[in-house]
Design a protein around this ligand. Structure first.
Ligand SMILES: Nc1ncnc2c1ncn2[C@@H]1O[C@H](COP(=O)(O)OP(=O)(O)OP(=O)(O)O)[C@@H](O)[C@H]1O
Length: 282
């Protein structure tokens, strides 16, 4: 039931955004945005501060109800789903769209493994049938808990974090906590992973590790990745496709090579040369 991706038939279309608009009173934070996001690729959203990037994530993950337009997830098994009509917990659980935030939102006093188990709380609650099955140690619940632990350990291993499983999260470096956030999101089995500035505060070595991780998740696990990022070394290294926003408008989209040379993008980032200043300098 995969949707066809007109740009690349080999990677099915996951997300289709059509004419998405978000207004806050008189301010139009997102203006008529249309975008397609495929599986197995990294699609980056870039733009100066206040361009509407986080607003876009908030609209597609159910935190904001868009003023106009639609966000359609093409779930390979469940078919098309309109995310803009779903509550945020269904966006994650049913549609498989999971996000991380600009600021780290882990439980700092819990261990790394505990943080990953909390992410799977819903699955465990279902296994307990919302009863005391957990306390009573019933078989279904025990099996679900084993499966949740196994999943957490698997992602910790793949992200080179297994040796930190029992460490209190707040004691770990910023870069490691960023990776734990991604591991936690992966425990929810996302089809589409939305990462809001995952490279913020990372040192060059950690940024390079993040690049490899994003490429690994998209190439080896077929995850669709939507990335908001200001660090251009990350964006240019990992993106298959880049969408540039400025004051809520899409001003350009295309490959990293195309975007780097686009005059609208250069103008949005660097500003326009003041002709008078140029003439005075001549
Ligand atoms: N809940 C809100 N109420 C009113 N205005 C908002 C709200 N959320 C965002 N905005 C405004 O919408 C515009 C876009 O903000 P947004 O946070 O999406 O930008 P951004 O591209 O993510 O910026 P940054 O790179 O600084 O994180 C800004 O002018 C912001 O002040």
């Amino acid at each position: 039931m995969s949707a066809l991706n007109p740009h690349d038939p080999a990677s099915p279309l996951l997300l289709e955004v059509e004419n998405l608009t978000m207004r806050f009173g008189g301010l139009t934070a997102l203006d008529n945005l249309s975008l397609q996001v495929p599986a197995g690729k990294v699609t980056s959203i870039i733009g100066p501060n206040g361009a509407g990037k986080t607003t876009f994530f908030n609209c597609l993950t159910g935190f904001y109800k868009p003023t106009e337009g639609s966000v359609r997830m093409h779930h390979p098994q469940r078919g098309p789903m309109l995310l803009n009509q779903m509550p945020s917990y269904h966006v994650a659980r049913k549609a498989g769209v999971v996000r991380t935030f600009q600021n780290i939102r882990l439980f700092p006093n819990m261990t790394v493994l505990e943080n990953l188990m909390v992410a799977q709380h819903n699955a465990l609650q279902h296994a307990s049938r919302f009863s005391l099955a957990g306390l009573l140690g019933l078989k279904d619940y025990r099996q679900a808990r084993e499966a949740a632990l196994e999943k957490a350990r698997t992602w910790l291993t793949r992200l080179n974090l297994l040796d930190r499983a029992d460490t209190v999260t707040g004691n770990l470096s910023y870069g490691t906590q960023r990776r734990i956030e991604i591991a936690r999101a992966l425990c929810v089995d996302p089809l589409l992973l939305c990462l809001d500035e995952p490279a913020a505060g990372l040192n060059p070595r950690e940024s390079a590790e993040l690049n490899e991780l994003l490429l690994y998740l998209s190439r080896e696990h077929g995850k669709g990745i939507l990335l908001i990022e200001h660090d251009m070394s990350v964006v240019m290294r990992v993106s298959d496709h880049i969408c540039v926003l400025n004051f809520g408008h899409k001003i350009a989209e295309g490959s990293p090579q195309h975007i780097q040379q686009d005059p609208h993008v250069i103008k949005a980032y660097l500003g326009e040369e003041d002709k008078d200043t140029e003439e005075a300098a001549a």
